[in-house]
Design a protein around this ligand. Structure first.
Ligand SMILES: Cc1ncc(COP(=O)(O)O)c(C=O)c1O
Length: 357
């Protein structure tokens, strides 16, 4: 018999995104559902991005710019790097897959903090690489443990700061010490900074500023969070020219659609909306954190737009919140049983959530 499918697929469970927001609203009979389970932007997209999509809508019969050139050039100016140091993807998710497609082979090892954002492990496994888990120390990435696991076979280290789902950051000094120890023949070090804009800790480092010193670093960012464009799927990687050239060799020709490109460009120019989002998230995160502490809940201080809170009976509480129209994530699904993960919402939603805890 002909064997059609790769055996590695047998061990993979298809990603279950659950019911769509619309289907769930129908099922629960509520049109006012608020989703706090996907770390989205509580203010919605930039109005400038919406206007850009409307203007572009009549041109969707035309293929997009395959290289996302205008967006890359605007990002390059903003970030102080060359446009040839950036690749734009169909969400940061696609970039994680591109890294695997370009670099990972059977026999390679990929170090992944556990728990962490699931696609790191899935893409490495799909590529035939062996995932080496480095357990978090409580809620923190343990760089000493990661370093001990680096071998000659290590192709990449996947780091996430602020961390999803633990909300913690990797501090500047330990990160630099880690990169220094790896030296010039370092594996790729992927630093996923999807939530960077919500971190106000002066000891958090902007990975892009480290690229000159550490050419094997790959920094991931997204328009899904601060810019509120999760539904359009736009993310980007910033790295050395050589690394980006390798990613471009495995990228599909028109990977980022026309609407996503113009919306991201408009969002990039809308500093006021980004600032408003950031201010709201920081204020409401402080409010939620203070109220949760008052009520005796334990959780790591969050540097992201969501919190991870230890609760008794997470599944029951999640159902109670869902009936009240608030969707949160059961920590059991993201490696933290006994916790709920929920995004920072608008004040009214946060008050309802607190009243139900
Ligand atoms: C840590 C982390 N990286 C990457 C992503 C993916 O972002 P995108 O929506 O751009 O695919 C997410 C999304 O939640 C995330 O939490």
């Amino acid at each position: 018999m002909r064997r059609l499918w790769r055996p590695v697929l047998d061990g993979l469970i298809p990603y279950d995104a659950g019911l769509s927001l619309e289907a769930l609203a129908r099922e629960l009979g509520r049109s006012d559902l608020v989703r706090l389970s996907a770390n989205e932007n509580p203010l919605g997209p930039s109005p400038r991005a919406v206007a850009a999509v409307e203007r572009e809508a009549a041109r969707i019969h035309l293929y997009p710019d395959g290289g996302s050139s205008a967006l890359r050039e605007a990002l390059a100016r903003r970030l102080g790097v060359g446009a040839d140091q950036i690749v734009v993807g169909n969400g940061a998710d696609e970039l994680i897959a591109l890294i695997a497609a370009a670099a990972f082979e059977p026999g390679d090892e990929v170090i992944v903090p556990a728990p962490s954002f699931e696609p790191y492990e899935i893409s490495a496994t799909l590529a035939g690489a062996r995932v080496v888990e480095s357990p978090l120390a409580g809620y923190d990435t343990d760089l000493d443990d990661v370093r001990r696991r680096v071998t000659d076979r290590t192709k990449a280290v996947m780091l996430c700061s602020p961390h999803n789902p633990a909300t913690t950051i990797i501090h500047r000094e330990p990160l630099l010490a880690f990169l220094d120890v790896l030296g010039p023949d370092s594996p790729l070090v992927v630093l996923d900074q999807a939530y960077m804009d919500f971190c106000d800790d002066a000891d958090h480092v902007d990975g892009i500023r480290l690229l000159e010193r550490y050419p094997r670093l790959v920094v991931l960012r997204t328009f899904s969070k601060i810019a509120g464009l999760a539904g359009l799927r736009v993310g980007y990687a910033v790295a050395s020219v050589e690394t980006i050239d390798r990613f471009n060799r495995v990228r599909a020709p028109y990977n980022v659609n026309r609407l996503g490109q113009v919306a991201a460009l408009a969002a990039l120019e809308d500093d006021a909306h980004a600032e408003k989002t950031r201010r709201l998230v920081l204020e409401e995160r402080a409010y939620l954190s203070a109220e949760l502490t008052k009520r005796g809940y334990a959780f790591p201080p969050s540097h992201a737009n969501f919190l991870l809170v230890a609760v008794p009976d997470a599944a029951g509480l999640r159902t109670r919140l869902m009936r009240a129209g608030i969707l949160v994530r059961d920590g059991a699904g993201v490696g933290f049983p006994g916790h709920l993960r929920f995004s920072v919402g608008l004040r009214e939603t946060n008050e309802t959530l607190l009243s139900l805890l």
